[in-house]
Design a protein around this ligand. Structure first.
Ligand code: ASP
Length: 485
């Protein structure tokens, strides 16, 4: 993808991110009403409103035009990149999972990988909420916010909070499981429902191992080649990643600034400290015990995905890059990554879970509620369930929080208090979510001996090399196309 003399992708993305923060803060600082009004920009609290000549009664200045152009260019580049990522997400899962599943000529291996994956995901999610609860109970961030500040936030963000509450729907376990099976696979693909897409692709992949090899080979070769094609598309889209990250960050920081942290600083620090503990203490411990790749190599390999998750606040949109990092840069075999990562993007949200633990206790503290141990355990259970079946898109953690608060009768209006800082914390927790997905993928791959040398990865190997679990494509599987059930 890059020649050895050019800077590695993760450095380029990091530079884009840092420059984005600097420029974003610069624009935010210029948001002084008088300065902007004199330039013909109407609403200084939102540069996205642009220029309004009617209220200012003057022609927009050159600087105002330039500001508006830069704003439009930024959101164009950012949106273009996000569209590119969304474009890839479903095809890469469909193609690579069909090939991956069809290469497993033993269903017991698949159920073993599936069992491990779900178990580790649920385990890490509950550890994450517990870390969040622990931090919030020890630091008590709610005691750092006065009642006036609390009521001020409630008044300011009431409408937005109401819409989050309206969007929340308590999960029903039966429906959640039933919903994994699509009524129409094409509808699932069109809607990008990841769990349904995974289910349909797995089913096709498994069925391919059960039919006559000479027929299966035609289909597998097609999907194998399509996987190579889509990986190339990922590489093409990634070429604009550093610029897109810059654009996405400028837009967010310019709008938010850091003032918003104000009285919510302690709460925000607790969330970020919890996420850092998860990413730099808990995961490495798990990795040390079960992983088979050096920690440094792991973090270097997944850093583009982490940075992108931070900039986009969407683990679903980051999925193609997460897959690329795990397969091409870390050397995890497709049969594991194409299964573990898409599931993770939906059911594994460690950062979001941790954040919900902190937020629930924080809001309870704002309303002088003491949560009992039983109530805190209810939070662990509800937050774990709520994360299953919820796609990783920006802000969804807030909607899941409504369900968590409802489960222990914490006042829902408390949501309004933390809305202002949600986007910044969303970026941080999404980065943790994606790190967790990669970690579990690496652990499962280590336990299956499915992690090797990245130089043997698909993009460097000859496309469609014609083997299938070490067997040439044109040979029939054992027992006349049947696999062990
Ligand atoms: N934005 C997060 C993700 O995509 C979910 C959330 O916490 O809102 O993983």
């Amino acid at each position: 993808m890059s020649n050895s003399r050019s800077l590695a992708l993760h450095w380029k993305i990091l530079i884009g991110l840092i420059l984005g923060v600097i420029v974003g803060l610069g624009i935010n600082t210029m948001w002084d009403a008088s300065t902007w009004n004199s330039m013909g920009v109407d609403d200084p609290s939102s540069w996205v409103e642009g220029v309004d000549t009617e209220t200012t009664n003057q022609e927009p200045s050159f600087v105002a035009h330039a500001a508006l152009f830069i704003r439009n260019l930024n959101s164009f580049v950012g949106d273009l990149f996000m569209r590119g990522l969304r474009f890839i997400a479903v095809p890469i899962v469909v193609f690579s999972l069909i090939v991956g599943a069809s290469s497993l000529n033993d269903l017991s291996k698949l159920s073993r990988i599936g069992g491990k994956t779900v178990m580790i995901y649920v385990f890490t999610t509950s550890v994450a909420i517990s870390v969040g609860l622990l931090f919030a109970n020890v630091v008590k961030p709610g005691t750092f916010v006065s009642e006036e500040a609390r009521d001020g936030f409630v008044a300011q963000f009431k409408d937005q909070a109401d819409s989050k509450v309206a969007a929340a729907q308590a999960p029903d376990v039966w429906d959640t499981v039933l919903n994994i099976v699509p009524k129409n696979p094409f509808e699932a693909i069109a809607a990008g429902n990841m769990l349904q897409v995974v289910f349909a692709s797995l089913l096709v992949g498994i069925a391919l191992t059960m039919i006559k090899r000479e027929k299966a080979v035609v289909v597998i070769r097609f999907f194998d080649a399509m996987t190579d094609v889509i990986i190339k598309v990922v590489e093409i889209v990634l070429m604009i990643a550093p610029y897109a990250v810059f654009a996405l960050i400028v837009e967010q920081i310019a709008e938010l600034g850091l003032d918003i942290l104000g009285s919510l600083a302690v709460y925000s620090i607790v969330v970020v400290a919890g996420l850092a503990t998860m990413m730099f203490v808990i995961y490495p411990i798990g990795f040390k015990v079960l992983g088979k790749v050096p920690m440094g190599r792991f973090y270097r390999a997944i850093s583009p995905a982490q940075l992108l998750a931070f900039s986009s606040a969407s683990s679903s949109a980051t999925l193609p890059v997460t897959m690329e990092c795990c397969e091409q840069r870390l050397g995890i075999k497709e049969e594991v990554s194409s299964f573990v990562l898409p599931i993770g993007a939906t059911i594994n949200m460690d950062g979001t879970a941790l954040y919900q633990g902190v937020a629930a206790v924080f809001i309870a503290q704002l309303y002088q509620m003491d949560l009992t141990i039983a109530e805190q355990l209810t939070i662990v259970l509800t937050a774990t369930l709520a994360s299953i079946g919820t796609a990783g898109v920006p802000g969804v953690g807030m909607i899941m929080l409504v369900i968590v608060l409802q489960s222990v009768n914490i006042p829902l209006e408390g949501i309004a208090v933390i809305l202002g800082v949600d986007r910044i914390l969303d970026m941080c927790r999404t980065s943790c979510n994606v790190t967790g997905d990669c970690m579990v993928c690496a652990l499962v791959a280590s336990s299956e001996d499915a992690i090797g040398d990245p130089s043997e990865s698909r993009s460097t190997a000859q496309a469609g090399t014609g083997s299938w679990e070490g067997q040439p494509f044109d040979e029939d599987p054992p027992e006349d196309g049947r696999i062990d059930l």
